[in-house]
Ligand binder design. Structure first.
Ligand code: COA
Length: 161
């Protein structure tokens, strides 16, 4: 199968998308506040969300949230720089192992910015394969996190102690 042809699209915030999100395990506060914002007209129907996804026919089968963090909030890279926070990467069980997860990560890499993620337990093998490494970071501020990072070539490597 030629996975590079699988289309990654930015998801719009609407009731239909939020309904599709219910099939994902990591459905939580972010989705609930989107729903509230829609209901109270704080956000418009069909406004852009931080989510990107892959459709298989009409079914949303894989998704991730991706947003840019300003260098002034960076505590993962040296020197501090703008980076992408990637989270909620998830492929529905029936669609795992078909390259959708790596397609989404490759899509994020195309921005040529460093990427930081907090992997779920059990997914370390996947992230290793994607070229992510443990981040050296400010432990006191991020207790309980186990961040992994990736840097594009040409961007300063994080300093390793
Ligand atoms: N551990 C080790 N390697 C893994 C892996 C894992 N949990 N999941 C995928 N891989 C490997 C694949 O074998 C593949 O290797 P290959 O290129 O040599 O064939 C590569 O990573 C890319 O796999 P891909 O098909 O893109 O993965 P995916 O679409 O299934 O997405 C996850 C990966 C982890 C995002 C997805 O499976 C998921 O959402 N899982 C949900 C829960 C979870 O974390 N499960 C972990 C296993 S219990």
């Amino acid at each position: 199968m030629m996975m590079h042809q699988v289309k990654v699209e930015r998801l719009l915030v609407n009731y239909k998308t939020l309904e599709k999100f219910k099939r994902f395990k990591e459905y939580g506060n972010q989705e609930l506040s989107m729903l509230e914002d829609l209901e109270s007209n704080i956000i418009e129907n069909n406004s852009e969300s931080p989510f990107f996804g892959i459709y298989y026919g009409n079914a949303l089968v894989a998704r991730m949230s991706l947003y840019k963090v300003d260098a002034k909030y960076d505590q993962y890279f040296t020197p501090p720089q703008d980076y992408l926070e990637l989270w909620k990467l998830e492929v529905l069980p029936d669609y795992q192992g078909r390259g959708y997860g790596s397609r989404l990560v490759d899509f994020a890499k195309e921005y040529q910015l460093p990427i930081k993620t907090n992997p779920r337990i059990n997914s370390h093998g996947f992230w290793e394969k994607m070229g992510f490494q443990k981040a050296k970071y400010n432990m006191e501020r991020d207790l309980g996190e186990n961040p992994l990072i990736w840097t594009p070539e040409g961007v300063a490597e994080q300093s390793v102690s």
